[in-house]
Design a protein around this ligand. Sequence first.
Ligand code: BG6
Length: 296
Amino acid sequence: MTHETPEQLNARLDIGKDARFEIGQGGLTRLTLDGAVASGQVYLHGAHVTAWQPAGHAPVLWMSPISRFEPGHPIRGGVPLCFPWFGPHPHDPQAPAHGLARLETWQPTALRRTADGDLVVELQRRIADFDLTYTVSLGRTLTMTLHILNRAAAPRRAEVALHTYFTVGDVKQVQITGLGGTIYVDKVAGGTRRRQGDEPIMFHGETDRVYLNTQAACVLDDPVLLRRITVEKSGSNSTVVWNPWIDKARRMPDFPDDGWPGMCCIETASVADDALQLPPGGDHAIIASLSVARTA
Ligand code: BG6
């Protein structure tokens, strides 16, 4: 857990002129980049990427305008890190949804620039029996790599998701391709398993699906914002697709009632049947890489 002030972090890490640690919303410390290649923000609370905008494009990630920014509560939007469980805890109904990683304060351990001008920040945190290292590269692509090491003397199971919220022009008009033929758990239908047809995924109501045993990249076509977002991944065997629609949006206190048409989630994950099984000393890296292109 870091107790360093933004000034101390700025002095310790070689940050450059276009980036800084600073106090952000709710008094929480964040890294802010206003670079020539991209801008972005990463909060130490949850190691949470809350913004990414490559030069020449509109913001890519959706953030709730009424998100909490408070210790003990997750940030709503951006990229919450779900670990070491996804959704409700398997046995403990009191445990927080989506695990502990998004609730903890992470320690920034390194900062560097690539030849392309990307800013790469590395953050670390011990969660339960796992040593986690999260590397976020903010540039023309946003690449997020979570490295997970089992420090226990016994095998451990863990679920993980890079729960990415995208801004869309109108969720009723977007199309997601890449998951054709894939079996998914339909959480809206009580966990029924179905097979995705060959047609693109479209949103017609509350959608909460865990696509299993898929390593495929997904493409999100947005005919309103006239752009195409590509989500490439590795070390991930599940993809979660989510939109809360009307009623669930109303039930979430940190989500605007009218926010659901402007967002959807495509989550790079390994959950449920695809959960990680790590032997003692075993490790794993899950990587999501986002890019955006204009279509007109
Ligand atoms: C999704 C889950 O990944 O996250 C949904 O599949 C859940 O079931 C959503 O509602 C948001 O979760 P939370 O805990 O951030 O409200």
